[in-house]
Design a protein around this ligand. Structure first.
Ligand code: GTP
Ligand code: MG
Length: 223
């Protein structure tokens, strides 16, 4: 309760703080859990339709059968993305949030157990977060690599307009670069703004359709 006016604001702030710190604790546990198995955990964040699943399909094609891959799919509804991943030969578990716009560490923890029931060794586990450029960024899931994707049709102003999402990203993937000639997307603007917000971020230009940038992406993942 706020001392000055009696509003509920302070209580809300306290609850938020405890929600985020509990989430971080479980995120750290997720990280320790996968590290026991020598697994790298990668969190993909983007608006709906930026090309997360298509990039994963191309990544699986490139890395199987040399590496074992698992995917945790987060969506509000349907098993469709998990089915796409399974068709490419990787293991996948689907989380349907039923409305929530992001995954949290606890949901991912349960999904990790489901994945390790299927196989006892993964070199990589990808988490495809729920399509949303804002909310998933506040929830650490235990990932070693956080990748934010923006596709060419979305516009090069996105880093400047959604800076908090880029602050803790390790990789900024500009996707669908095969469409550059049809849109006024400026690679230079997107790159400059992302680097201004987060000088450490690696910027990669990718087309999962043509294969451009896929090798650089694989290298950035450490493979
Ligand atoms: N031209 C082009 N289209 C692409 C590329 N990558 C994905 N797409 C298309 O973009 C659309 C959305 O791709 P998805 O991979 O399903 O996007 P997503 O981010 O997984 O979508 P949600 O899971 O719904 O958030 C599909 O029609 C893809 O074929 C690309 O590199 N180039
Ligand atoms: Mg998808």
């Amino acid at each position: 309760m706020c001392d000055t006016c009696g509003c509920e604001k302070k209580r809300t702030v306290d609850l938020e703080r405890s929600l985020f710190s509990k989430n971080r604790e479980i995120g750290e546990a997720n990280r320790k859990f996968v590290e026991k198995y020598g697994t790298k955990l990668i969190n993909l964040i983007s608006a709906p339709g930026s090309g997360k699943t298509t990039l994963l399909e191309a990544t699986i094609e490139r890395l199987l059968p040399s590496y074992s891959i698992g995917v945790i799919e987060g969506d509000i509804e349907t098993e469709r993305d998990a089915e796409r991943i399974r068709r490419k030969g990787a293991e996948a578990v689907q989380i349907t949030t039923g409305g929530a716009c992001h995954l949290d560490a606890n949901l991912v923890h349960k999904a990790l157990h489901r994945l390790f029931e299927k196989r006892d060794k993964y070199d990589l586990i990808f988490i495809e977060n729920v399509g949303n450029l804002v909310c998933p960024a506040s929830f650490y899931l235990g990932e070693h690599i956080r990748c934010v994707l923006v596709s060419v049709p979305e516009g090069s102003d996105k880093p400047a307009k959604y800076p908090t999402t880029f602050k803790e990203a390790d990789i900024f993937a500009i996707t669908k670069v095969d469409l550059l000639s049809f849109f006024d997307f400026s690679i230079e603007e997107a790159r400059k703004e992302a680097k201004r917000i987060n000088p450490q971020v690696s910027v990669i230009e990718i087309s999962a359709k043509t294969g451009d940038g896929i090798e650089e992406w694989i290298k950035a993942l450490g493979f």
